[in-house]
Write a protein that binds this ligand. Structure first.
Ligand code: GLP
Length: 246
């Protein structure tokens, strides 16, 4: 695992967008596994700009999202379906037939997870996975304790994650469960870009990078992945004690 540190959020997002665009330049039919949250917004903005300038096309790419809240219909304003449409899929030339987001309102969530995992397999696996990181080290919605061999499944969110995400919901109450792509599926991605910005991510970044590899710190699994690059702004890198592994 390598880390790259950028002076600020904008520079980090631009570099991540360049890395995604480069992967699509090499393989226009690449399979992408993508995050939500505030962290990737700069990357999405830059990719949309590049698309408008004719620098990148997404027409042949396949898109999977990492996660979705359980119980939310796809047009719920806090759903990740809506987030992705507003910030990315609705602004580029993506083929709707190749956009996949877990259906949080599926009548049989377990079957939905199996269907989703099978769709990733049928697409040939993930070429580029982009991740954010939770303050407790979660990736996707794989909370501390998530088995490294896990696949797409229904998970219970930690209280701390629900608190951080509460503002998106009426009465400040986030759903208790979600569907997330599993740790093993993430790990099998050919390339992983993990983005982190701000001092509130600094301790999770340092623990993931410099602490023990442990299921209690999900992002630590990526230190075992040959082609993972951390994209950090200076604030997110501020707790690294051993310098930046380059
Ligand atoms: C959510 C998402 C994660 C995301 C994390 C960090 O819980 N499920 O995929 O990485 O939050 O979000 P943010 O980038 O807003 O800090």
């Amino acid at each position: 695992m390598r880390a790259r540190v950028f002076p600020d959020y904008e520079a980090m997002g631009a570099a991540a967008a360049d890395a995604v665009a480069r992967a699509l330049g090499e393989d226009p039919s690449a399979v992408l596994l993508l995050p939500t949250g505030t962290t990737p917004l700069g990357m999405y903005r830059r990719l949309v700009d590049m698309h408008r300038l004719g620098e990148v096309s997404f027409l042949r790419a396949t898109f999977f999202n990492l996660d979705e809240y359980l119980g939310l219909v796809p047009d719920h304003p806090a759903s990740y379906h809506v987030y992705m449409k507003e910030h990315f899929y609705g602004l580029i030339d993506a083929d709707p037939a190749r956009i996949f987001v877990p259906d949080g309102a599926a009548p049989d969530p377990e079957a939905e997870c199996e269907r989703y995992e099978a769709a990733i397999r049928e697409a040939g696996g993930v070429d580029v996975c982009v991740l954010g990181i939770g303050r407790n080290g979660h990736i996707g919605f794989n909370e501390p304790g998530a088995p490294f061999d896990s696949r797409t499944r229904v998970v219970t969110l930690s209280e701390s994650t629900r608190l951080v995400n509460a503002a998106d919901f009426e009465a400040n109450r986030a759903p208790e469960q979600a569907i997330t792509v599993g740790m093993a599926t993430i790990f099998e991605s050919n390339e992983v870009l993990l983005l982190a910005s701000g001092t509130n991510k600094a301790s999770a970044v340092a623990a993931a990078l410099e602490g023990d590899v442990s299921e209690s710190m999900p992002a630590s699994m990526l230190t075992l992945h040959q082609r993972t690059v951390l994209f950090l702004d200076e604030d997110a890198a501020s707790d690294l004690g051993h310098g930046v592994p380059g």
